[in-house]
Design a protein around this ligand. Structure first.
Ligand SMILES: [Mn+2]
Length: 344
């Protein structure tokens, strides 16, 4: 399949929306997958693509890279249609649709188990909004200015006039709400709100989305937040804390229940960067937020083999306090001069 998917700015055009749809819809046995450790946009995106492609005697295998789905997302329509990566090993796919994945390795366990699926021999449709996306697809629908992968999918549905059921609208709005924290982030653009309004008109269940994404939580989450916030440190415009296996044991929570803490920390007055360190057996998983255009956390994360967006990114570090301190020093060096000058 010829590569015909990127305009001179690296963004897709209406022509590519049609090409992406034709490539997906002409498949008969299709893998629809998203990254490991999936967030709301990731899970909502695979389910939305599944709803778009179901029927027409296609076989669809829908999964997250590690087979996980956060409990808060179990309300999504057709979430029970997700399957474990291993169960799909016998299938012979003729199309792969990867959503919210900067590159196939973000699939984690799925990529490691079946690297041959992602070498380009099976046509891939790449739908994503990460600035670090490597344009690995036969067709790339990539727009770093899109607030969410489901914002791109919503545009696809609207532009091509595809049927927009309430279930599909709920999935699509869930992705936008997840990645924009309810239309609050700087990535929320006028187009985001127009498309969100369209989804509401189509019957998206907004109260259900807000309840499950932002309001309802198990008590173990309340306890984990308490432990993590009690350990918060604030120095040189960097606010950070950690989640350790001991804290997970004490609270009865999973690490995923601490995902929102870094966003909460980023609201600290005077903070330019917020960081969550997850201590794991093989090292630290690091989640970063920037509150200012003056600090690009995707750039910082990329120095450590990670990636993401300028305001939200992540990476991994080797184990130990030394590695963490070296990372914090790198973040401090990336701060604008006025921060440190203000300390003098
Ligand atoms: Mn996303």
């Amino acid at each position: 399949m010829p590569k015909d998917s990127v305009d001179p700015d690296g963004r897709y055009t209406p022509h590519h929306l049609r090409l992406a749809w034709e490539t997906m819809a002409s498949g008969r046995v299709i893998l629809i997958a998203t990254h490991a450790n999936p967030d709301a946009d990731a899970v909502a995106s695979v389910l939305a693509v599944r709803l778009l492609l179901e029927g027409a005697s296609r076989t669809l295998v829908v999964t997250t890279g590690d087979g996980r789905v956060p409990r808060a997302l179990h309300f999504l329509p057709a979430v029970d249609q997700l399957s474990e990566p291993k169960q799909s090993s016998e299938r012979r796919f003729d199309r792969i649709v990867l959503v919210d994945c900067a590159d196939p390795s973000r699939l984690g366990p799925l990529f490691q188990a079946f690297p041959g699926w992602f070498d380009g021999s099976i046509p891939m449709v790449n739908i994503d909004h990460h600035v670090t996306n490597t344009r690995f697809g036969a067709v790339d629908l990539v727009d770093p200015d899109a607030s969410a992968t489901t914002e791109i999918l919503t545009e696809l549905v609207v532009e091509l006039g595809l049927p927009l059921t309430p279930a599909l609208a709920t999935c699509l709005l869930t992705g936008i709400y997840g990645d924009t924290l309810g239309l609050q982030t700087s990535s929320t653009r006028p187009k985001t709100m127009r498309l969100a309004a369209h989804l509401l008109e189509a019957g998206a269940d907004l109260p259900e989305i807000v309840t499950h994404l932002f309001r309802q939580k198990p008590f173990s989450t309340v306890r984990l937040w308490g432990l993590a916030l009690a350990r918060a440190r604030f120095e040189d415009a960097i606010v950070w804390t950690e989640i350790t296996p001991e804290m997970l044991e004490e609270s009865g929570a999973t690490a995923a229940e601490g995902e929102g803490i870094v966003n909460f920390l980023s609201g600290t007055e005077g903070a330019l960067v917020a960081i969550m360190f997850y201590r794991q057996p093989d090292g630290w998983r690091v989640s970063l937020r920037s509150t200012s255009d003056a600090v690009d956390v995707a750039q910082i994360a990329s120095q450590f083999g990670g990636g993401g967006h300028s305001r939200a990114a992540g990476c991994r570090l080797p184990p130990g306090e030394e590695a963490r301190q070296a990372f914090l020093a790198t973040v401090a060096r990336s701060l604008p001069d006025y921060v440190l000058a203000g300390d003098a």
